[in-house]
Design a protein around this ligand. Structure first.
Ligand SMILES: [Zn+2]
Length: 367
């Protein structure tokens, strides 16, 4: 489990790609080996969270919740933005982070596939934020992009811990890898969200945090592939599920609730409409579940507009994140903020604002 209930967890989360309810289902339904793996993973991540809470309590500055109010929303490529500062480490299948440095910025490929994939993907995500939105790294101030591959043995998860990314290799059964661009973009986007004023990781604001991470994860992939909205699959984590699992991905923005339907994992629980909003105390109030609703609104908006989703739609979402100034925002607050951004970037009464209103309305949110 990457999160516990309680206010501390919501303010100081460890942001994992695999939601805790998937692990609980595996602990319940898996064969003895899989069930043991799931139980161990649930325990390990809880411990890691505790360690991080201690670290944060030991003098690391807390995120400034109001920073978003003062951040200028750069929407065009900024002068002087250039290069990421990547550092990819080998976790050597152990728990310690960051592990042994394998490849620094400018180094030749290592020949270790996971390390080189992590390096290239971090560059593609950096480039999305820098070239399209004028942001210099995750914090806007050029922070190094630190990642660890081969984190723990058979580790079925990937996470952003507030300072770096870490990727397991999967156990080869339930998950085959986590080094996929939409997953890497998702984890790095959690860093951008944290440094953009943050969204408290529970209930609707937590589901927005998850949704915005999915949006920029998917946009990272679409931009790297040069796909227009209608060409993209809008999946998060395509190809990461293991060979024995019936499913395409972890989540689908185009059709939430259909990413997987498996005898072991059960059915993807994401709703796409407010009528099916899930009220639960699990998963920090369903942050990985209800994110399907704002995810689908973004997809609909991009589908209505056509063209490259990382351009105007991505700019509107990015600008809304920079100007939100409400760490406890509801879906409705966020929809309003995206409309304000659309008016600023596309003009009041523009076709884009009409389409945005239509997209939110279709998922049951009136603005
Ligand atoms: Zn996440």
């Amino acid at each position: 489990m990457c999160f516990r209930s309680g206010s501390r967890a919501a303010h100081d989360p460890l942001l994992c790609i695999v939601p805790p309810y998937m692990l609980r289902v595996l602990a319940l339904r898996g064969d003895p080996q899989v069930a043991e793996m799931a139980r161990t993973l649930l325990k390990q991540t809880e411990k890691l969270r505790d360690e991080r809470a201690e670290l944060m309590g030991a003098g690391l500055p807390p995120p400034d919740p109001f920073r978003g109010a003062y951040a200028t929303a750069a929407v065009s490529p900024a002068e002087g933005l250039c290069c990421p500062e990547r550092r990819i480490h080998d976790g050597q299948f152990r728990a310690a982070l960051p592990g042994k440095l394998l490849r620094s910025e400018g180094d030749d490929p290592t020949g270790i596939a996971d390390a080189d994939t992590a390096y290239d993907a971090a560059g593609q995500v950096f480039s999305l934020f820098a070239e399209e939105y004028g942001r210099n790294s995750l914090d806007g101030e050029g922070m190094p992009l630190i990642a660890t591959v081969h984190h723990r043995r058979n580790y079925n998860n990937a996470f952003w811990n507030g300072t770096q990314m870490a990727y397991g290799t999967g156990d080869g059964k339930i998950f085959r890898t986590f080094l996929e661009l939409s997953v890497i973009g998702h984890e790095m986007a959690h860093g951008v969200i944290q440094h953009s004023g943050g969204l408290i990781y529970e209930n609707q604001s937590g589901a927005l945090n998850e949704s915005i991470a999915d949006v920029f994860g998917s946009l990272s992939l679409q931009r790297a592939l040069g796909q227009e909205a209608h060409q993209a699959d809008w999946l998060v984590g395509r190809g990461i599920l293991g060979p024995g699992i019936t499913g395409a991905a972890l989540r689908s923005m185009k059709a939430p609730g259909t990413a997987y339907a498996d005898d072991l994992l059960g059915q993807d629980p994401q709703p796409w409409h407010m009528d099916h909003f899930v009220t639960t105390s699990d998963d920090n109030g369903g942050v990985h579940i209800n994110s399907g609703i704002p995810n689908h609104a973004f997809y609909l908006f991009c589908a209505y507009l056509g063209g490259r989703a990382w351009e105007l739609p991505g700019r509107i979402w990015y600008r809304a994140l920079q100007t939100l100034n409400n760490p406890m925002a509801s879906f409705s607050d966020w929809a309003d903020q995206t409309m304000d951004s659309a008016i600023e970037l596309a003009g009041r009464g523009s076709i884009e604002t009409v389409m945005l209103r239509r997209a939110w309305k279709l998922v049951g949110i009136a603005i």
